[in-house]
Structure formats: structure tokens, C-alpha cells
Design a protein around this ligand. Structure first.
Ligand code: UD1
Ligand code: CA
Length: 453
């Protein structure tokens, strides 16, 4: 049977106190609803439908690159009414109902739930909670079969004592939904069309309610306010950190790391506290990352050391590199084996050859450096003339004295030397010395001006 996934995302999320629709708030760097869409993709759903309402335009825009169908729920009249808005677009197979504000549901849990679904079996994900306040309760008959869900606000005293709760996640056939949804009524405490009422309809028809519980209650945790959002983020980050540690990564403190994307690590990687990893980051064997680094979409080769407070983006480091502290490597930076970029150095679109060093206070952009180049403190590639970017080429073994301005386009030949304080605007030949600063004048025994003279 084919699968349609329906993701409810029309609610306002008033308690977030935000102009951003709730489902677009980010967990691990990604809008919550995108986590759910990615999970649906993992299930190989034929179609994914997102039911939008509050902030519909913003949600559509934020998901413009996703292969999803949108259904508009202009007025929020309950979860049953929300699913009904997607009814027209459903196929003939199974349907799975998920929620844009329940981001951590796992594919495996859902696959298990879907397995049991057919014309005679409906799948319902439940969770047993110490404090079930606010949740719909699962009613079971004398045989222990689930037969109905009663919402908290409609529940009697005895029903409120039930700890088994509705997660909201359920799976059934499209034919069943077409039969049951039009029969929902809003005659209840909240005046809403409850999706949960289909459980009693199913039971009445002799359709069995097959319940399952998630392996981890975090999977079914929803977000209503920023505190819950932050708690879910920490719990998710801790779970990710624990997985990394199980794979052999040394985290100095698993509670102080943030991974907003995918972090892949070789053996014996060590990561100090307060680091943020974004996008796709690969760390080779024996890499050490100092405290408070931000690393985005980069590959850092084996045995490289990143010193504290470095910010690295779109960079490839071949191996045995040394970076920071306080270095900023911007996109297009390529460090060959053993290259070194030190404190307060910014690089952008720069290839740095094997064993070359840019140790202090420099800007190197749109440049290629050969091997064993030494760039002195305070060297700047003047790559921008106000309209265009120009390139700087520096040959193997060149030595650039401190406080040099390299006015691009310009090249410095191999084994050439540039005297400190130079402004280099013409190419320097191999093995040459170039100095362009004013000559020093010294006057012996010079009387310094003073006020009383
Ligand atoms: C719902 C369930 C309850 C379950 C709980 C789990 C119903 C009637 N009740 O209650 O049994 O224990 O979830 O969290 O289903 N939504 C729409 N359109 C609407 C109404 C809701 O898109 O018209 C979306 C909301 O954005 C939200 C989700 O559906 O993501 C759940 O809605 P909410 O009002 O929070 O339902 P609960 O009262 O929590
Ligand atoms: Ca809710």
C-alpha cells in the first residue's frame, strides 16, 4: 500500500510569543517541521501533506524547496478538521498523521506503527506519563483493547486517573478517514472536531486499535513554549553527544556541545566545551578542537589542532594543520598538510601550501600560497579595488615581512623576500628582494623639541 503523511502545522503557537509560526522555530538548527518532513521522506512516503493555517504564507515560503503538498486550514477547528483539509489529496493506501511541533519522532517507531495498519487495524502511538495533565486519555475495555480517546477537558474523574495518553500520532487507511472524518461532531468541551473521535468509530466498526509506545518519550514530546523548546533542544543534543561518545569521540562535557547538522568523526577526536558544529562537518582521526569554536560545512583532516575561539566555514584542512586561537577561516580556504594559521588571522578563498605559516594578525583573501611560505604579522592582501576582486600569488619558500600590503593582482616569486612594511603593487621575481618603504633617516644627537624653548 502507498503511504500519505499528513503533518498538522496550522496552530498558532501563542505561547511562543513570536511572530514566527511555531513550526518554523529551530531545533538543532533546523525548523521543527523540517525534522518531521525529513522523517516522512525516510519512510518513503508517496506524498507528504502539510496542513497550514496560522502564518501559512511564511510556512509555505520556508518550505518552498521541500517536495510537499500544502493544504490550507483557514480556521482552526480542531485536529479532525485539520486532517480533513488534506483529505482530497490522499491516495488509496495508508495515512500517517504527524505534527509539525513534535520534531523528534523516529522513523523506526513510525515504521513499526505502520506495519500493522490495514482495513481491520488502526495504529495508535500512546505514551504513559507520570503527569498526564492536558493529554487525551486512552480508554480500554475489559479485554484490554483500546476503544476510545477522551480529551482531558471532557474526561470524568476516573478517566483523568488514566496515565496512558494519546500522542496524537496515528495511522490508518485513506478509505477509513474518508468514511470517518465527515462524521465528526464538534459537540464537546472545546467545540472542536477532534481527530481522536475516530478511535471510537473504528472500535464500533470492529477495526482493532493496535497501540505502540515510542522507545524514548522524547520522540513524542511537543513544543508549546520556549522553555519546552530549549529543554527538547538540550535533550536532543545530549542524545547526539552520547552517540558520538559511544563511537569513541572524547567530549570534555557532553552537556556543552551543539550539533546543528551532521558531525562525522574519526577515532580519538577530542572536542572541548562550547563548540558549535553546523551543516556537514568531518573531523579526521586525532583532531583536537579547543573550546568555543564554531565550525560549519568543513573538513578537518587528521591530527589537526584547532585552538580556542576559532570560526571556520567552508574550509578544507588536509591534515596536521594548526589553526587559531581566534582564527577566522572563511569559505574557500584550503590548508595543505602542516599549514598553520594563527591568531587574529582571517582567510577567504585562499589556498595555503604545505608547511606554510600565517601566524599573526593577517588577512589573506583570493590568494594562493605555495609550500613553506612565511607570512609575517600584519600582512594584508588588498584584494578589492572597490569594484572587483583580484588575486595574489605567492611562490614556494617566499618570505613576506611583517606589515606588508600586497596590492592585487600581484605575484611574489618563489624564494623571494619582501621587506617588512612594504606596499607591493608590482610582481616580485623569483629569489628577488623587494622593499618599498621609505628609507630610514637617522640624525645623531638630535635635540627633541621641548615647550620651554
Ligand atoms: C491533541 C490530542 C490529544 C493528545 C495531544 C498530544 C486531539 C483532539 N487531541 O491535543 O488527545 O493527547 O494532542 O499533544 O487531537 N492543529 C491544527 N489545526 C487545528 C488544531 C490543531 O493544525 O485546528 C495542530 C496544532 O498546530 C498542533 C496539533 O495539531 O500541532 C495538536 O493540536 P493541539 O490543539 O495542541 O491539540 P491538544 O489539545 O494538545
Ligand atoms: Ca498540544
Amino acid at each position: 500500500m502507498t503511504l500519505d503523511v499528513v503533518i498538522l502545522a496550522a496552530g498558532q503557537g501563542t505561547r511562543m510569543r513570536s511572530t514566527l509560526p511555531k513550526v518554523l522555530h529551530r531545533l538543532a538548527g533546523k525548523p521543527m517541521v523540517r525534522h518531521v518532513i525529513d522523517t516522512a521522506r525516510g519512510l518513503e512516503a508517496e506524498r507528504t501533506h502539510v496542513v497550514v493555517g496560522h502564518g501559512a504564507e511564511k510556512v509555505r515560503e520556508a518550505l518552498a524547496d521541500c517536495e510537499v503538498h500544502f493544504a490550507l486550514q483557514a480556521e482552526q477547528k480542531g485536529t479532525g478538521h485539520a486532517v480533513a483539509q488534506a483529505l482530497e489529496g490522499l491516495g488509496e493506501g495508508k495515512v500517517l498523521v504527524l505534527y509539525g511541533d513534535v520534531p523528534l519522532i523516529r522513523r523506526e517507531t513510525l515504521a513499526g506503527l505502520l506495519d500493522g495498519v490495514d482495513d481491520d487495524h488502526l495504529g495508535l502511538l500512546t505514551v504513559t506519563l507520570a503527569d498526564p495533565t492536558g493529554y487525551g486519555r486512552i480508554l480500554r475495555n475489559a479485554e484490554g483493547e483500546a476503544v476510545a480517546i477522551v480529551e482531558h477537558k471532557d474526561a470524568s474523574q476516573t478517566e483523568l486517573a488514566i496515565a496512558e495518553c494519546n500522542t496524537g500520532i496515528m495511522a490508518m487507511t485513506a478509505a477509513q478517514l474518508r468514511r470517518w472524518l465527515p462524521r465528526l461532531s464538534a459537540d464537546n468541551a472545546q467545540g472542536e472536531y477532534y481527530l481522536t473521535d475516530i478511535i471510537a468509530m473504528a472500535a464500533a466498526e470492529g477495526v482493532r486499535i493496535v497501540t505502540a509506545q515510542p522507545a524514548d518519550p522524547l520522540e513524542v514530546e511537543g513544543v508549546n513554549n520556549r522553555l519546552q523548546m530549549a529543554r527538547l533542544e538540550r535533550a536532543h543534543q545530549l542524545a547526539t553527544a552520547e552517540r558520538l561518545m559511544a563511537d569513541g569521540v572524547a567530549l570534555i562535557d557532553p552537556a556543552r556541545i551543539d550539533i546543528r547538522g551532521t558531525l562525522t568523526c574519526g577515532h580519538d577526536v577530542e572536542i572541548d566545551v562550547g563548540c558549535v558544529f553546523e551543516g556537514q562537518v568531518e573531523l579526521g582521526e586525532g583532531v583536537r578542537i579547543g573550546p568555543h569554536c564554531v565550525i560549519r560545512d568543513s573538513h578537518i583532516g587528521a591530527e589537526t589542532v584547532i585552538e580556542p575561539h576559532s570560526v571556520i566555514e567552508g574550509t578544507v584542512i588536509a591534515g596536521r594543520g594548526r589553526v587559531g586561537p581566534f582564527a577566522r577561516l572563511r569559505p574557500g580556504t584550503r590548508l595543505a598538510v602542516g599549514a598553520k594559521v594563527g591568531n587574529f588571522v582571517e582567510t577567504k578563498n585562499a589556498e595555503v601550501g604545505e608547511g606554510s605559516k600565517i601566524n599573526h594578525l593577517s588577512y589573506v583573501g583570493d590568494a594562493r600560497l605555495g609550500r613553506d611560505v612565511n607570512v609575517g604579522a600584519g600582512t594584508i592582501t588588498c584584494n578589492y579595488d572597490g569594484a572587483h576582486k583580484h588575486r595574489t600569488e605567492i611562490g614556494d619558500g617566499a618570505f613576506i615581512g611583517s606589515n606588508t600590503a600586497l596590492v592585487a593582482p600581484v605575484s611574489v616569486g618563489s624564494n623571494a623576500t619582501v621587506g617588512a612594511g612594504s606596499t607591493i603593487s608590482k610582481d616580485v621575481a623569483d629569489n628577488a628582494l623587494a622593499v618599498s618603504r621609505g628609507r630610514q633617516i637617522s640624525k645623531a644627537d638630535w635635540p627633541r623639541p621641548s615647550k620651554d624653548r
